[in-house]
Design a protein around this ligand. Structure first.
Ligand SMILES: *Cc1c(COP(=O)(O)O)cnc(C)c1O
Length: 232
């Protein structure tokens, strides 16, 4: 078994244990493998081990990886999860299946305008700032409903849910609080009539806390591919 395949099995086992503890079905938690900084060959190894959804943060890096893996394109789901500048939206609208990191209407409008007609609507999540002043990215919870309503009107986007990147903390009880905030906001937006089905929350170090608080998609990099090297 390849190291990546072993790591994937271990992550699936963590998801199953956490889901069991939360009285949830393990199948209700989707695994997004975050492959930023890792080569296409590692994505292919994960694909060969059965993984189908991959998350990327940087536009240039992701485009060359998507091209290198063009033979798998119809069977891979590509998720853009990093900060997105308005002058880089076009390739994302053209190449990706999902964008998790929307926190401004302008970016959403551009993605909708630039999404090719031949493709299905782009799935999107609103990134919410659940850590207060400690974090700069993400819409404030108090502004999420208005932004969600505006995005839900855009023709080539499909608003699927909410995403968060809490400030890291090692304490497993403290890890649950921001996820609880996202879940409460998710319930509020659904009660307002928005048809959301996705809570994208939880990374390698807080996967369990996220699953306990209702995550439907966890974004896992390090625990699958290893420690990232940003030096090149
Ligand atoms: C890098 C990244 C992840 C994965 O983080 P790990 O701690 O390596 O699991 C998840 N979500 C986002 C938005 C990221 O940028």
């Amino acid at each position: 078994m390849s190291p990546i395949e072993e790591n994937l099995q271990a992550v699936h086992a963590r998801i199953e244990r956490a889901a069991h503890a939360a009285h949830r079905s393990p199948g209700s938690v989707h695994l997004l493998a975050v492959s930023k900084t890792f080569p296409a060959a590692d994505v292919r190894a994960a694909f060969d081990a059965g993984q189908r959804a991959f998350g990327e943060n940087y536009v240039q890096e992701s485009l060359s990886k998507i091209e290198a893996l063009a033979d798998l394109r119809a069977r891979i789901e590509w998720h853009f999860i990093g900060p997105l500048q308005s002058n880089k939206t076009r390739p994302v609208a053209e190449q990706f299946d999902w964008v998790h990191s929307i926190d401004r209407l302008k970016i959403a409008q551009r993605l909708s305008e630039q999404r090719p007609d031949a493709l299905p609507p782009l799935n999107v999540c609103l990134q919410v700032n659940v850590s207060g002043e400690a974090s700069k990215s993400g819409v404030q919870p108090s502004e999420a409903l208005a932004l969600a309503r505006a995005i839900a009107e855009l023709p080539k986007l499909r608003l699927r849910g909410l995403m968060s990147i809490p400030e890291p903390t090692g304490d497993s009880e403290a890890q649950r609080e921001p996820h609880r905030i996202l879940h409460a906001l998710f319930d509020t937006l659904r009660a307002e009539g928005l048809a959301l089905d996705t809570m994208s929350m939880g990374m390698s170090s807080d996967l369990e806390a996220a699953v306990l608080e209702g995550a439907t998609m966890v974004r896992i990099g390090t625990a699958i591919f290893g420690k990232r090297d940003y030096s090149h």
